[in-house]
Design a protein around this ligand. Sequence first.
Ligand code: NAD
Ligand code: ZN
Length: 239
Amino acid sequence: MNEKIATLKKWIDESDNIVFFGGAGVSTESGIPDFRSVDGLYNQKYDYPPETILSHTFFMRKTDEFYRFYQDKLMIDNVLPNKAHLKLAELEREGKLKAVITQNIDGLHQAAGSKEVMELHGSIQRNYCMKCGKFFDFKYMKESNGVPHCDECSGVIKPDVVLYEEGLDEVTIEKSVNYIRNADVLIIGGTSLAVYPAAGLIDYYRGNKLVLINLSSTPKDGMADLCIEGKIGEVLSQI
Ligand code: NAD
Ligand code: ZN
């Protein structure tokens, strides 16, 4: 075990108030591509850039094209939680970790057994009819061809995910800020910290054990008390 991982282990062993803040990099070891890595979605070719397709305006104007991308690239099924998700769930069961705050929409933290999960950007598991509000699960969406429609009123179904130009849920933000503000150890992992306002939440941390675990450098590396370059599943499984 290298020195940095030994320090992380010590901080985790000594704390019962750990908070985790993560992003798409947490799920790449499960086989879901992130956005900004070399094989991430931003480096694949589409008619429009992903942030255009995943915007509110695009969803309203070109719903069929939105769903072609969304079903193909984001609604990936048969994926399993990896060692990072499992370790975080274990730390919560042991009473050491208070919450997972995630930018991911894949539901893998819950699948791993985590209970207190703040989904800043919503979830592909929840979807609703824009006309009557009826809820639909992942399976219904996956089995729909083209644009999914409500089986009661035939309204268009929208995923309960936060698209570009849309605001974040206020209650989720408030709870996340509270967890971060009161955390003893804040572990940030698998995120480029490029998406706002989510990335700004970590500025509420007031402690002196800020850990950053990422494959590549981020704009906040200088802020970290411990910066570990590596795959998060591999790092956390050594704890
Ligand atoms: P991002 O794609 O901008 O950045 C991912 C970061 O994780 C990169 O810095 C990369 O180097 C790092 N990384 C990749 N694999 C890693 C690993 N195994 N271990 C450690 N680090 C790893 O992702 P982001 O910061 O979360 O922002 C992208 C937005 O896209 C988010 O809002 C999120 O909602 C959405 N998104 C979600 C999913 C998902 O739900 N799984 C997938 C793609 C994008
Ligand atoms: Zn309906």
